[in-house]
Design a binder for this molecule. Structure first.
Ligand SMILES: [Zn+2]
Length: 163
């Protein structure tokens, strides 16, 4: 958190992300003191800049992507993505977070299902994970459960039996 020279907290006004060749992403965090009007900018790699962000923020680019969505979709996407970011402990929604949240990242795993996945042989584990997340997403389920695993497994065995 930043404290202004006048003694008040400074509040985050915006985060802008840009790529710097060879260094990866750089964030410009803009903060303002609402009491005296002082505003400052701070530029750093995400892991350093994130500590200066005092609430959930969308980067300028991610917000533009959101604003280009149809009006009836936008509030739903906003809520989904913000929930996703909170669940990951992320305060800044970048274009990458937006993409993750919308494609695959929305499906959570029940702890027991996650544990069972560990028992799946490594060569097929990644495919099993994808298949389970895809099936859950198609049905509008937000979680992969043990019941779903059993069902998908039965389907796989079914295929195997017919071959
Ligand atoms: Zn101030």
């Amino acid at each position: 958190m930043l404290i202004c020279g006048c003694g008040r907290w400074m509040h985050t006004q915006g985060v802008d992300e840009r790529e710097e060749a060879g260094r990866g992403p750089i964030w410009l965090v803009r903060s303002e003191c609402l009491a005296c009007g002082l505003s400052i900018g701070f530029e750093a790699p995400p892991e350093e800049a994130a500590v200066l962000v005092d609430r959930l923020m969308w980067t300028d680019d991610a917000r533009h992507l959101l604003e280009r969505m149809p009006p009836y979709v936008e509030p739903l996407v906003r809520r989904e993505v913000e929930e996703y970011a909170r669940s990951k402990g992320q305060r800044v929604i970048t274009c990458a977070v937006l993409t993750q949240a919308r494609h695959g990242g929305m499906v959570a795993w029940d702890p027991e299902a996650e544990r069972r996945l560990e028992n799946v042989p490594a060569p097929v584990r990644a495919m099993a994970r994808l298949e389970l997340e895809r099936t859950a997403a198609e049905r509008g389920q937000s979680r992969v459960t043990v019941a779903l695993m059993e069902e998908v497994k039965a389907r796989y065995f079914g295929f195997a039996g017919r071959q």
